[in-house]
Write a new protein. Structure first.
Length: 246
């Protein structure tokens, strides 16, 4: 039985009462599991070249586990509820780290959101392990890993068939923008917003972030964003064009 609750975790029932109590071996088990789960999530992030990688996720998960173990020990010794201050501090700390991992790229794209949420989730998984809820922690870890590994492909399919998308456009000359707008309209597309990117001032290129809506019914049915962008690449005055992905 878990030391902090009357809830009987299925894995505690399987392993024995010692795993739900605060003992040397149960603490060791929780710490090892915390490091392993954090390492797997961190490997997935670092494998995709994100700033927060293997060691960061391992440490965030481990800190959460240690804080929960300490809080559970204090709870047992004092007999008072509502004193899980260290766990709360870890959640706040992980949130701060997560916020600082989000940034704007030179192409006005928000980067690091998924990694930020992953760090926050790793801290919560660590805390859950530290409190002896092994099954809940493993289920949450599995859900997080599935979201990181499989959902991007599904998200890309939905995005590629949506009526709205954003492009990063680099023109050889600013005077060509009007020609580009004309071509867009002829294709049955609608420009919702055009924003010049100041990061490329002085580069010799005119760079824009453009929001586009697919208004033509035939285009909606048969053309994906990738096919539309591929067709636009044939224009001589376009130096580079790509869809923006958050």
């Amino acid at each position: 039985m878990s030391s902090a609750s009357s809830f009987m975790d299925p894995l505690v029932h399987l392993l024995g009462p010692w795993s739900g109590e605060i003992t040397f071996w149960s603490i060791l088990l929780r710490l090892v599991l915390s490091l392993l789960l954090g390492a797997v999530i961190g490997w997935e992030r670092s494998n995709k070249r994100h700033s927060a990688g293997l060691r960061t996720f391992m440490l965030v998960s481990l800190i959460g586990t240690l804080a929960a173990i300490a809080d559970s020990t204090i709870f047992i010794e004092s007999g008072k509820s509502g004193h899980f201050l260290l766990s709360a501090a870890v959640v706040i700390g992980a949130s701060v780290i997560a916020v600082h991992s989000v940034f704007y790229s030179s192409r006005n794209q928000i980067k690091g959101l998924t990694t930020a949420v992953g760090l926050w989730m790793a801290a919560l998984i660590g805390i859950t392990l530290g409190m002896g809820y092994y099954t809940v922690a493993l289920a949450s870890f599995t859900a997080l890993l599935c979201a990181l590994l499989w959902f991007p492909s599904l998200e890309l399919i939905f995005k590629n068939r949506s009526n709205h998308f954003e492009i990063h456009l680099e023109l050889t000359n600013s005077v060509c923008l009007q020609d580009f707008v004309t071509v867009i309209r002829r294709l049955g597309l609608k420009i919702d917003d055009i924003e010049q990117n100041p990061a490329y001032v002085g580069s010799g290129l005119s760079v824009y972030t453009i929001s586009i809506s697919v208004s033509d019914q035939i285009l909606k049915k048969y053309k994906s964003h990738a096919e539309i962008i591929e067709a636009l690449k044939s224009l001589d005055y376009i130096y580079h064009i790509e869809e923006m992905m958050n």
